[in-house]
Design a protein around this ligand. Structure first.
Ligand code: AP5
Ligand code: MG
Length: 206
């Protein structure tokens, strides 16, 4: 049983790797971004609130996000958090909710992230992630679902998200290093290479 966090800037490949880790290790995947987007689509009160922040590339308030994760992991003895925590207040709150075994920090140079995000396409049905460079002109997912361009992947919103990462999320690298939990992974390599490195590190956890 493992409890892990995927840390990294927007576009580092957290969602891409989460799908592979889920398949290999069977860890439940909890993405706060996916939870917000599902609520936006269903026009719930949470979705209406979250949209005000996500559209501007800002973070949804800590108190809202922490309660969502508290609920999501309440009955789980293993999990993989993707996109949470991303502030020190969230990381401190998580410590009082659950222990984590490891924090996988996926590193990619910020210069490459803009291209990854503005070219990203996501399946509206199964959530598989692609980049236009991989699609070869195709416009449908392997499952047949429609590929969409996330609204927050516009260049001006990506810039804001990257700045928010630097200011509010990067400090978590030090937070988890101090606790002996950080595993650094080079995310600037082919998807399968990145996954092999993550899988090898996770197999070493007891
Ligand atoms: P969220 O959905 O979590 O977005 P994010 O953290 O900005 O990360 P992304 O999903 O954009 O990137 P990713 O690392 O998953 O990369 P991916 O695998 O898709 O959050 C969205 C918003 O919700 C936030 O801005 C905030 O407003 C709100 N929110 C969420 N959590 C919150 C929280 N805890 N607190 C407050 N607010 C919160 O890959 C990206 C692209 O790169 C794809 O095209 C992919 O094909 C490509 N790619 C992936 N790996 C590789 C590789 N190895 N080589 C080349 N290309 C690659
Ligand atoms: Mg993601």
């Amino acid at each position: 049983m493992k409890k892990i966090i995927l840390l990294g800037p927007p576009g580092a490949g957290k969602g891409t790797q989460a799908a592979k880790i889920k398949e290999e290790f069977g860890l439940p995947h909890i993405s706060t971004g996916d939870i917000f987007r599902a609520n936006i689509k269903a026009r719930t009160p949470l979705g209406i609130l979250a949209l005000r922040y996500i559209d501007k590339g800002r973070l949804v308030p800590d108190e809202v996000t922490i309660e969502i994760v508290r609920d999501a992991i309440r009955n789980l003895d293993s999990f993989m958090l993707d996109g949470f925590p991303r502030t020190l207040a969230q990381a401190e709150a998580l410590e009082s909710i659950s222990d984590v075994d490891a924090v996988v920090n996926i590193h990619v140079d910020s210069a490459k992230l803009m291209k990854r995000l503005t070219g990203r396409r996501v399946c509206a049905s199964c959530k598989a992630t692609y980049h236009v460079d991989m699609l070869d002109g195709g416009d449908a997912c392997e499952c047949g679902g429609e590929l969409i361009h996330r609204d927050d992947d516009k260049p001006e919103t990506v810039e804001k998200r990257l700045a928010v990462y630097e200011a509010q999320t990067r400090p978590l690298i030090e937070f988890y290093t101090a606790r002996g939990k950080l595993i650094n992974i080079d995310g600037d390599a082919p998807v399968e290479r990145v996954f092999a490195d993550i899988a090898a590190a996770l197999r070493q956890l007891s």
